[in-house]
Design a protein around this ligand. Sequence first.
Ligand code: SOE
Length: 377
Amino acid sequence: MPTDRTSGRALGVAVIGYSFMGKAHSNAWRNVGAFYPDVPRVRQQVLVGRDPAAVKVAADRYGWAESATDWTTVVGRDDIDVVDICTPGHLHAEIALAALAAGKHVLVEKPLANTVAESEAMVAAAGTAAGCSMVGFNYRRVPALALARHLVQEGRIGRVRHVRASYLQDWLVDEEAPMTWRLRRESAGSGVLGDLGSHVVDQLQHVLGEPVVSARGHLRTFVEQRPGGSGPEPVTVDDAAWATLETASGVVASLEVSRMATGRKNGLCLEVFGSTGSLSFDLERLNELGVDDGGGTRRVLVTEADHPYLAAWWPPGHVLGWDHTFTSQAADLLTSIAGGPAPAPSFADGLSVQRVLAAIEDSARQDGCRVDVPDQT
Ligand code: SOE
């Protein structure tokens, strides 16, 4: 049931997964009440992970009341209202379906799932569930990207003709970097395409306000085996991906994603070219937006109180970081739970992204021919 800050009971939260995303989400649940005082209060109840000793250490460090090792014993508990899924992708659907069936509110890290079929099942369940559901494309809460969407939707750069979008990291550039779950198809579903490409596709569709309807794709695995627990292990996913995408209104976008882009650490870049102006963004300078709405590009420092999400934080010029987006994401979910606007991005938004990723993979299997993305209403 929705609750607000006046009611006595805080919402019990369970986070499943305690590595990088579990840590980022824990930080968000611990801080959301301090920066968003009007959302329902939360209680960091339980952090779940497979290794009992490691998850206990993490739970103590990140401020959780308890730790557990079996998510199936947690998602149905009466003292749990919100289930936040930060596991490898192959577990997203199973846990989300169980949590929705138990009447919980659900937040799932991106991408929504490893396959279109899993995503469709999650959308169907969310459509009849009592709880709210959201997929964690956290970059929608970067003030500069939220401002970019606002400017495009307001027509400030005219009719958008084409977009250059990329997301470049280099943590896999060393061929001796060891195997992880992100490099196995059975756990990650795909490689950089699902990991970073999902962010790019969501941003593209969100900023433009329309779906991608066709794709031409190319995938590449540069390092085909890596050191595993018992010797070399095959890498079964993509290291880099390229695509040419078209939207329903005819905007053409280039997508380039790689986790072997030597020197780029976390470079989600978007350049939007319109008939009367353009916008440019780089996540490695996330407080800034390049704006050309006639008269040349100027650097806008997106830290004013009237800029998206900034009212919760600091005075102008006191810049935000990558972590703030997760706190704002948690606040938006809690606002929905309290009866506010429906959560966005929804599971349906996550399914739309999954369909575009599948079209890119289908095209790559057919030497880059055009593949239409089905059901992109
Ligand atoms: C690793 O590539 C990763 O942690 C992604 O999984 C996240 O979604 C991105 O925000 C940062 O990089």
